[in-house]
Write a protein that binds this ligand. Structure first.
Ligand code: NAD
Length: 410
């Protein structure tokens, strides 16, 4: 029979922590965890994701890091407190308790003011911060001298792929957009041949063939829709076609792609020809998923009032660009619009959150890789930020009470 001291009985050590350690040593003789990571329940009611999941907790704990999670933080993403505890995290009664003594706080979206006030002064915050939105205010972070790292700014180099939250989340947004569209229409998607007659397949159009658009094409195709797609970047033609979509071509006089692989804003002549090509197709569609974005600029207007008016009653537009102004100007952010001719327009900005049970593990793994690769010293088992690394320099937005990112400093 094993004998535990009173200390051990009051401080049960989880299996991941016990590896290679002398459990019977007095507390002051044991290895100390030198770093603490914490996450709380997200402050926005529209956010179901969580920045830590049991799998990442296990990895942090195995590396000798102490982890705390606010009670109920994972429930909306299908993760019970007991799963966090089993992975080795402490479940704290509040965000204030969870953040106490934390070196690094992980978040999905920037915490509200009360949440930021609970983060230890000078601590690190890693998450999505909507840094290019003019309405984003960094003053609460600066008041606490938080070192904030905005994952949206992560340079998209190959070494950073496993940390790329935009890709991991956009992929699920594209999938979920199709699911939401299908749920909002009364049209059946696959073709069905029955004794009572044949149901034709639904027609789906995907505008913008980036990460979200490609997954939207693949999902609509898997459900049996006849899919068309359009993007200004010519490289997307082959990608869309390889997933079984018909590509709508609009000839461009100049290259529409930046060296970073993003779209450029197009000239007026191109926009006119693009509108003509899209107008003819949109009128026949049951589902339109629009994902077109230009980094740092309002979303391009691809769907006009006249195009919506030409659509059939019962058809659905999912405007994934809603957070950036929408690809249709009539889209209402986080709302549903029903037009007089019976078209439904979904403007949800929390699409990855609607797939929170899978979006959270992917997001949490992105953050875990970022932290373990760039902020942790394995030998010293402590915090060590590689300040000269381009991924660290590229994401750091506030430090020492000021906004420091070149894209934000005027
Ligand atoms: P995004 O979210 O910025 O934009 C979505 C799509 O909208 C893009 O394909 C863009 O070309 C398109 N678009 C913009 N204006 C348009 C218009 N007027 N009409 C039609 N379409 C328009 O893009 P994203 O999904 O983040 O991906 C952008 C690029 O980055 C892609 O080339 C992708 O392959 C690349 N990428 C690279 C990495 C990497 O690690 N190297 C990771 C992810 C993405």
């Amino acid at each position: 029979m094993e004998h535990f001291s009173l200390y051990e009985a009051c401080h049960p050590v989880k299996p991941a922590l016990t590896k290679g350690r002398n459990l019977f040593a007095k507390p002051d003789q044991r290895e100390k965890n030198t770093m603490k990571i914490a996450a709380a329940k997200e402050s926005s009611a529209l956010e179901a994701r969580v920045a830590l999941v049991p799998d990442t907790v296990k990895k942090f704990v195995a590396a000798g890091i102490t982890v705390a999670v606010e009670k109920g933080a994972g429930l909306a993403a299908g993760i019970a407190d007991s799963a966090f505890e089993a992975a080795g995290a402490t479940v704290a009664a509040s965000a204030v308790e969870a953040y106490k003594g934390a070196d690094i706080v992980l978040c999905v979206d920037t915490p509200d003011e009360a949440g930021i006030a609970a983060i230890p002064e000078g601590a690190i915050l890693v998450g999505m911060m909507n840094p290019l939105d003019p309405k984003t205010d960094f003053s609460a972070l600066n008041k606490r001298s938080i070192h904030a790292y905005a994952m949206e700014f992560l340079p998209r180099i190959s070494r950073a792929q496993s940390m790329d939250v935009l890709s991991s989340q956009s992929n699920l947004a594209g999938y979920r957009a199709v699911i939401e569209a299908v749920a909002a229409t009364s049209k059946t998607v696959p073709m069905m041949m029955t004794a009572a007659g044949t149901i034709p397949p639904a027609k789906a159009l995907v505008l913008g063939v980036g990460v979200a658009g490609l997954q939207a094409i693949a999902t609509a195709k898997r459900l049996g829709a006849v899919v068309s797609a359009f993007d200004v970047r010519s490289a997307t033609k082959e990608q869309a076609q390889s997933l079984g979509a018909k590509f709508i071509e609009v000839a461009a006089s100049a290259d529409a792609e930046t060296s970073g692989g993003y779209a450029k804003e197009m000239d007026e002549d191109y926009k006119k020809r693009q509108a003509e090509a899209l107008a003819a197709v949109i009128a026949t569609q049951d589902i339109v998923i629009s994902t077109a974005l230009i980094p740092g600029k309002p979303a391009p207007e691809l769907i006009t009032e006249a195009m919506v008016a030409s659509m059939k009653a019962g058809s659905v537009i999912v405007d994934l660009a809603a957070a950036n102004g929408g690809n249709y100007k009539g889209t209402k952010k986080d709302d549903i619009v029903k037009t007089a001719n019976g078209v439904t327009i979904l403007g949800y900005t929390n699409m990855p959150s609607r797939a929170a049970s899978d979006a959270s593990p992917l997001y949490a793994r992105n953050l875990q890789t970022f932290v373990m690769t760039l902020m942790f010293d394995k030998d010293a088992r402590g915090l060590k930020v590689q300040s000269d690394d381009e991924l660290i320099k590229g994401t750091l937005v506030t430090k020492g009470g000021s906004v420091v990112h070149p894209a934000l400093v005027k």
